[in-house]
Design a protein around this ligand. Sequence first.
Ligand SMILES: [Zn+2]
Length: 204
Amino acid sequence: MAQYNTNDFVICGERHNYYSYDGELYTDTFPYDWAENHIPNTGPKDCANCAEYGSWNGVFVGYCPNCALDYDGKRGSGFSSYGEEQDKSHELSANNTYMAGVWWLDIGDTDLVDSVKLYRKHQRDDEYHLMMRELIELEKDEDKHCLPEDRYQMHCRQEDRRITAEDAFIENRDIYTARDDAIDLQEKIRWLNVQANKRLTQEK
Ligand SMILES: [Zn+2]
């Protein structure tokens, strides 16, 4: 086993569920010897993708897919987006090893960063870009078949369609966000109940 100075690792957080090492925060189950031995240019300090996509609620949970390659998959397949592993079925994925059975609410602290919100914003941005790309493709196709004298009319129709699509998208997004917030609240209440029950059982 690797030798490390335990003084360098400080357990922190109100729930003692993460630690600090060399100026970075790690989820409590992230292996200490990995944190101590990142290959240069990988990990939360040296790689912006690791810091962004490999973190959940403000603490590091795993490498990005590019850095994961540097370890030949021995440290998992990497996180391609917030809380999403490139290959969940990978034998050594975080989900199957050091993060197995860990609930997203138990990782880090939403007061540091609220990763669910980041994740959803990211998803919505992707949906938006996809929608715009589809509209642009459609317009290119219409352009090809349009007679020059009809061009002005066609551009007006395209403009109207874009505005309508964007409005519908924004309206849907607000409905989804409200629904997601309600689900989060339910999850949080459920989690608090689980904690309260645990405490009651311990007190008995
Ligand atoms: Zn990385």
